[in-house]
Design a protein around this ligand. Structure first.
Ligand SMILES: Cc1cc2nc3c(=O)[nH]c(=O)nc-3n(C[C@H](O)[C@H](O)[C@H](O)COP(=O)(O)OP(=O)(O)OC[C@H]3O[C@@H](n4cnc5c(N)ncnc54)[C@H](O)[C@@H]3O)c2cc1C
Length: 350
């Protein structure tokens, strides 16, 4: 499959759509337009802003995002609560884990676009467009899970540059606490199996050992992780397919590249946008799924996500193996095996 793409329509002006446009901006002979259904004023980015390099995308965005970093994360504490009591796991982040101002980042991408036609306030159907390449960057399609968050003012100095992931046996997901600028934190809750309400978050905030003041902002949205766990019909999600007269490709959450264990989707949005634009520039759309798979095929996280649902206690035992580990040692299975042979055996035995 080789196709010379001259005309690209992107449906969705979230991170994945905007970055696809940005990477294709000013490519000679390629016309790009983006349709975003929300108006510029009502344009929202609902996110915790936690950005960790799980897909090797650092080199692509590190410089441009650096000025939007709100907190450089030094360590994360994973708390697990269940019938067995409470178990804590600490992971060191000597590498790259940021809490970012994603709204600011997206605004900057928009400002930097040159030859892209960006249309706000227009909802379009991907099927109705007849460009050479239509890109579905419209976010979660199946709404398999959901998340809510609030930005709270308070005294979070005890957190320092540490983030908290708080799992509960009774919750099909986890709470997070992400420190931002001085005196602010993003606190949220993601539920992988359904709809989570604001009330859940309010009672969690009441339990926290910090002086949490008032909520300055809140939001929420949907989670899709279909690429890893297959689509809702149990079939593999298709990243690219033929469409009358052209092609339809999916990026970001629409491609289902969200991490099924953590809900991390920013890296997936960056990596799919980059891979698709590279495929267009090289006239090789057939390479798009191959490149995406290479960056996003994290078997261990997929298996751990399944285990969390099926056998929570065993999941917690396995997570315990990572206590005291540096996150950069976990980026690939061979690296972890070489650096931590005993832990690897423990992991397999647990
Ligand atoms: C509450 C919450 C917290 C999160 N926290 C994190 C986090 O801390 N770290 C992380 O990595 N990930 C996080 N995620 C996931 C992350 O936000 C997503 O993976 C990421 O936003 C995906 O970007 P996207 O561009 O694919 O989709 P989106 O950001 O959802 O953008 C899709 C855009 O398309 C527009 N659109 C949809 N349909 C149409 C249409 N028919 N016509 C025109 N426009 C349309 C929508 O208005 C929207 O602006 C979180 C998600 C939620 C909901």
């Amino acid at each position: 499959m080789i196709l010379v793409v001259r005309d690209v329509s992107i449906v969705g002006g979230g991170l994945s759509g905007l970055l696809t446009a940005r990477y294709l901006d000013r490519v000679p002979g390629v016309d790009v337009r983006v349709f975003e259904r929300r108006s510029r004023e009502r344009y929202r980015v609902d996110c915790g802003g936690g950005f960790i390099d799980l897909r090797g995308v650092l080199g692509l965005v590190s410089d441009e995002v650096r000025s939007f970093v709100r907190c450089e994360v030094g360590s994360s504490v994973w708390r697990f609560k269940g019938d067995f009591g409470v178990r804590k796991v600490s992971v060191e982040h000597d590498d790259f884990f940021w809490i970012i101002d994603r709204v600011g980042w997206q605004e900057k991408v928009i400002d930097d676009l040159c030859d892209v036609d960006l249309v706000f306030g227009e909802e379009v159907d991907v099927e109705s467009l007849d460009s050479d390449l239509v890109v579905d960057a419209g976010g979660a399609r199946y709404r398999l899970g959901s998340a809510v968050y609030g930005v709270y003012k308070g005294d979070f100095s005890k957190l320092s540059n540490r983030v908290i992931f708080d799992y509960r046996q009774s919750l099909d997901g986890y709470y997070w606490v992400f420190p931002m600028e001085d005196g602010f934190a993003n606190i949220g809750c993601g539920e992988f199996g359904g709809d989570v309400g604001e009330g859940v978050l309010d009672s969690y905030v009441g339990e926290l050992p910090f002086e949490v003041g008032f909520k300055v902002k809140h939001g929420g949205g949907y989670f899709d992780y279909t690429y890893f766990l297959k689509d809702v019909r149990g079939r593999r999600n298709r990243l690219i397919q033929k469409k009358d007269g052209g092609w339809l490709a999916r990026v970001g959450d629409a491609a289902g590249v969200m991490d099924p264990l953590t809900g991390e989707g920013i890296g997936g949005a960056v990596s799919t946008a980059y891979c698709l634009s590279k495929a267009v520039k090289k006239d090789s759309l057939d390479k798009y799924p191959v490149w995406v798979e290479k960056q996003n095929n994290h078997t261990v996280r997929k298996k751990m996500a399944v285990l969390r649902k099926k056998d929570y206690q065993r999941f917690v035992r396995r997570m315990g193996v990572f206590d005291g580990v540096r996150s950069s040692d976990c980026y690939s299975v061979p690296k972890f095996l070489i650096k931590h042979p005993i832990r690897s055996i423990k992991f397999l035995k647990s």
